[in-house]
Structures are given as C-alpha cells and as structure tokens.
Design a protein around this ligand. Structure first.
Ligand SMILES: Nc1nc2c(ncn2[C@@H]2O[C@H](COP(=O)(O)OP(=O)(O)OP(=O)(O)O)[C@@H](O)[C@H]2O)c(=O)[nH]1
Length: 589
C-alpha cells in the first residue's frame, strides 16, 4: 500500500501496488482501526444520500485520502452521480457559505476531518448524529458536495503582513541555538532507550510517566522497554518493540534547543532513517557493546554500516558514537577500546574527519554517563557526558539568505480552525505570517496563516527552524510528505530527468530505482551511465561504462517514471534504492 511507505516501506516497487482488498494484514493496528471507523462514517453518509458503494471502493479511497472522510465521500459521490458539468470549486470559507444558506454548520461538521475526538464525540452523541442524518437525507447530492468542498479549503482572512525584516530580527534575537540530531544504529542497539533516558534525566519526562510505562511494559512482557516507550509511541511499535517511524522529541539546555529524530534501526525502515538524517545537523550513532552484538550490527547486512554511510552521503558530517550497553560487559575498558578502534577506522574511511568524531561510553538503561557522569562505573573515562558532547556539537550553518525551501515531513489537519497544516524543516530562506507560498510539485498557491516553532506561535522563522505552518487558500489534497514549499518568486522547477553524482553501494546498470529524499519517494529509472570517476581526484575513469561496481564514484542520468517530475534542484542529496536495499546515494548536478 503505497501510502504507508513512510512507516512500512520496504520495496519501492511493492509500494506502487494498489490495495488488494484482502484484509488489513500489512497495515498497523491504528490504521486498521481508522480504516474501519472511516468505512462506517462514509457508509453512513453515502447511505443517507442514497448511494451504495462497495467496501473495497470505500477502503481504497480512504486509504488514498489518508482516512479523510470528506474527500472519500466526495470522490465516491463523483463516481456514482451522473456526469454533470463540473462546478466551480466554492471559494468562500464555510461561514460565508452558511450565510448564503447552502450547507449548515451541522453538515460541515459532519464532513470535517474525523479526528479521534470527532470519532469519540460521534460515538458519544449518537442521537445527535441521527438527527443530523435525517436532515441530510433530504439534501440533494449537489448540496452535499458543496458542503464537502466548503470545508476543504480554508480561505479565512489571514492576518495582515507585518513586513518584518526577518533577517534583522533574527540577528537581534539572542535565542538559543536550534540543533537537530538523528539517532542511528543497528536494530536493538538501544537508541530509543538511550533517548528516553536522556529526556528523563533532562526532566522532560516525569517520574510518574516512567513508572506508568514500566507497569504497562511489564504487563506485555517487555519490562526493560519503559525508557524506549518515551519515543516509541504507537501501539504497534510498543508491542513489537521496534521503532518504525521517526519519533521527534524536544529538549532544551541552557544553550540549545534540541530536536531528537529517533530513526528506526530495522532494515525494513531505512527510508524513514533517510528522512530523519536529511533533517539532521549531526548524528548520534548508537552501538551495542554487548558481546557479539556490536559485531552483528557491523557486519555487511547490519545497519551500523548502512546507516553511517547513508548519513554521510546525505550530508551529515559530524557523528557522536555512543558506545552503549557497557553495563552488559561489566563496564569493560578493553571492550570500549576495541569498539572505538574498529569504528574509528571505519568512520574515517567513510569520510568523517577525526575532529568531527566523538566517542562516549554509556548505558542508556542505567543512565551512566548520559546526563550525569559515572566515575564509579567508568573510572577509566574522564571525558564529557553524552549531553555535554551534544552541547558542544554546533549545528550546520544556515542558508538564511537563500530562497525559501521547506521540505514537508508531515501533512495534517490542525483542527477546524486550521484545516491544512504541515510540518517540516526550513532548509533555506525565511518566512513570516501572511507570506505567499508555492507548493511543489502541485504548483498550488497558499498563504502562511500561522507559524509555530517548537509548538509556540511565531511571527517569523528562518532556515534551521522546524516549523508547523498553518496554511490557507489550499486544499490538503495538494500536499503530501516530501513535497516542497518555496517562495513563488524563486521556485524550484520540478525535474523529470537529472544527472546525479553518486557513490554506489551496489552494482548500478540501467535499471529501475526508487528515488528518496527525506519524505519524498518517487519511482525512477537509471537511463544512462555517463562516466565512472576516480574517488580521490574526481577525474573520469571511463565514459559510458556498462556497469558501475559497488563503492565507485560515478555520474548517472536518472528519469522519474511516474508522475510529473519531482521537486529537487542542484545540490540536493538523493538516495536510490531497489528491492529494499540502498544502491547509491548522490547529489543532483
Ligand atoms: N543491558 C542493557 N540493555 C539495554 C540498554 N539499552 C537498551 N537495552 C535493551 O535493548 C533492547 C532494545 O532497546 P531499544 O531502545 O528498543 O533499541 P532500539 O535501538 O531503539 O531498537 P529499534 O528502535 O527497534 O531499532 C531493550 O530490551 C532494552 O531494554 C543498556 O544500556 N543496557
């Protein structure tokens, strides 16, 4: 099911498969629940309009529209109503419609986003729902469509633009640094536990919550996972004990606001790790020091290597290596030395300079050397704690003066006031409330109605900030994770075909590939191998080689095979994958 590539991806080509209607075997419990709830709601609404559709039809549409009941109803109505001249999309916001007497408030509510609250409220006030239902049975289908569309676009007046000189404001502010780091490493290295412990010791999570997680974890036989649960938020992640999507958490020190991007270790979820790493200033690589575990993570099919190489290829140049679970080897100094030597060698071969590497011995489970030092356990270590090391890692310089670029990592409805909201990192440029925006590849216009940084409303934001934007003047249907928001004055021109300078991980021939950039996933094809190059000098070794062997530097041409081009531009870093494996990483030329 294509929509779930972010948490389920595996093979990019399998992702293109349509829903097969054979049950929900490969979707998460929560999605399965949303699908069932959506089915009931859509069926109810269609029933009241006298339309019958198959379950499969409804489920496929719900899936496609991210469980959006209104869009699903709209789509199915369009399938089942006789063809008529397409109507102009209503431009006015819902309240204006109401004044004209078309849809009522009850109708708009009936078609709005089925948030968990809506679902609970609908269940709790069944009789109210029935009353509304009766009213709607009498409405013609056209009016229902209008009602659906009226809530699809938020055209509420946006606050007046304040003409803030954002760059000046930014210079004046003595705000803390913002640093994003991605946590990478082999499955079960203890990434989530380590970060849960960090949040707990920094006071972000209170004792009661940890105790609650402890009791709940014990109930399902996963007692040692309580710290990991701070980050692994879905039921499925908890019951499987595996991180699937990127968990984002924040904590602050006196100098820095940190955002943790906890990437999944399991090889099935590498695209999520790519999405995390592409937003990061630096990486924390977690190694399991216990006997045999470090070695298995480091082997060819372990994620220690793959994650590290990917992070490097995506542009992460600083890495903090947390040599974790030292409690499991009795805080053995020799084991620590053995691991740091092997990793140091590997990391410098992978292109990390020695001054951008730090090694920190620790144990996430016991909390040793995370926020508090552990001289009793680690008498042989006199270096900084993990937190001190994080604080001394400066974020990348910001491209504040460049044109605006925000890669969307999530699209959601921020409630009835904010029906279209997105979150993502500002990669370049700046913006302020009421700025005109352009979304790509849909080429739709929108306006920044509100900006939030770390869940606080803000008049402006600059490159490096992770923002939530509430948009107006755009239908949510035009947005998806991986899309780009830019300024209409200097937009990206989506590309169908581009040259990439790559580092190959597998043999490359003219072949199908999945193209990944952050949350962006597209299917493509390597259409020609332009040249292989010398890794040290960058000089051409061979023009038009027949194949490119693993570990080579090369220039290739890639074509997007589905859809209308992807929003990438010169200098963007992309990853190519095939059959669940990363085959190359490279830079658009
Ligand atoms: N002895 C010991 N066990 C640990 C430590 N940290 C984590 N563990 C255990 O290792 C297992 C995996 O921990 P997680 O934190 O879920 O590992 P992860 O790397 O986040 O796993 P994925 O998200 O699935 O990649 C759990 O049983 C933890 O309790 C540690 O410092 N010492």
């Amino acid at each position: 099911m294509s929509r779930h590539k972010n948490i389920r991806n595996l093979d990019p080509y399998a992702e293109l498969d349509d829903f097969d209607g054979e049950g929900y075997d490969d979707i998460s419990e929560s999605d399965e629940r949303r699908l069932k709830e959506g089915l009931t709601q859509v069926r109810g609404t269609l029933g009241r309009a006298g339309i019958s559709a198959t379950d499969k039809e409804i489920e496929e549409s719900l899936w496609y529209y991210y469980f959006d009941v209104s869009k699903t109803v709209n789509y199915i109505l369009s399938l089942h109503t006789p063809a008529k001249k397409p109507k102009k999309r209503p431009q006015s916001q819902f309240t204006q419609k109401d004044q004209k007497g078309a849809p009522t408030a009850a109708q708009a509510k009936a078609f709005s986003e089925p948030s968990p609250d809506d679902i609970v409220m609908a269940a709790q006030s069944g009789s109210k729902g029935l009353n509304n239902a009766k009213k709607k049975t009498e409405k013609p289908v056209e009016k229902m469509e209008a009602a659906v569309q009226a809530v699809a676009i938020d055209n509420a007046p946006v606050k007046a633009r304040k003409r803030i000189d954002v760059l000046e404001e930014f210079k004046k502010t003595k705000t803390k640094e913002n640093a994003n780091f991605v946590v990478i490493g082999h499955v079960d290295a203890g990434k989530s536990t380590l970060m849960g412990r960090l949040l707990y010791d920094c006071g972000v999570i209170d004792e009661r919550t940890i105790q609650k997680f402890k009791v709940e974890a014990e109930k399902i036989g996963k007692s040692s996972f309580h710290f990991a649960w701070v980050l692994d938020q879905t039921n499925e992640e908890r019951s499987r004990g595996v991180t699937m999507d990127i968990a984002t958490n924040h904590f602050s020190t006196a100098s820095t606001n940190f955002t943790i991007l906890d990437a999944p270790g399991h090889r099935d979820f590498v695209p999520n790790m790519i999405a995390g790493a592409s937003q990061a200033d630096f990486a924390v690589l977690v190694l399991d020091a216990s006997t045999g575990a470090f070695e298995s993570g480091f082997q060819n099919n372990g994620q220690t290597r793959e994650h590290t190489l990917l992070a490097r290829a995506i542009g992460v140049s600083r890495i903090i290596v947390a040599v974790n679970k030292l409690d499991a080897v009795n805080w053995n100094h020799d084991r620590y030395i053995e691991i740091t030597q092997q990793m140091g060698h590997f990391l410098s071969n992978a292109g990390f300079s020695s001054n951008s590497l730090s090694f920190v011995p620790c144990s996430g489970l016991t909390g040793a050397n995370i926020v508090h030092d552990a001289r009793d356990k680690l008498p042989w270590y006199s270096g900084p704690t993990l937190l001190q090391t994080l604080e001394s890692s400066k974020p990348r310089s910001r491209a504040i003066n460049s044109p605006l670029r925000i890669t969307i990592s999530d699209v959601f409805r921020g409630g009835i006031q904010n029906p279209v909201s997105v979150s993502g990192r500002i990669e370049a440029g700046s913006l302020q409330i009421a700025d005109a925006l352009l979304t790509l590849p849909s080429r739709e216009s929108a306006t920044a109605k509100d900006i939030e940084i770390n869940e606080q409303s803000s008049e402006w934001a600059v490159a490096g900030h992770n923002v939530t934007l509430h948009l107006s003047g755009i239908d949510i249907i035009h947005l998806k994770p991986g899309d780009v928001i830019c300024s209409p004055d200097s937009p990206i021109v989506p590309l169908n075909c581009f040259d990439l300078k790559i580092l190959s991980f597998e043999t490359i021939t003219p072949m199908l590939v999945g193209i990944h950039r952050g949350r962006l996933n597209a299917s493509g094809r390597v259409i020609s191998l332009l040249e292989s190059m010398d890794k040290a000098t960058g000089k051409t070794l061979k023009k038009k080689p027949r194949h490119i062997a693993p570990g080579m530097l090369a220039r290739i041409r890639v074509e997007v095979t589905l859809g209308a081009g992807i929003p990438v531009e010169k200098g963007n870093k992309l990853v190519l994958r095939l059959g669940g494996k990363t085959v190359a990483a490279g830079v658009v030329e």
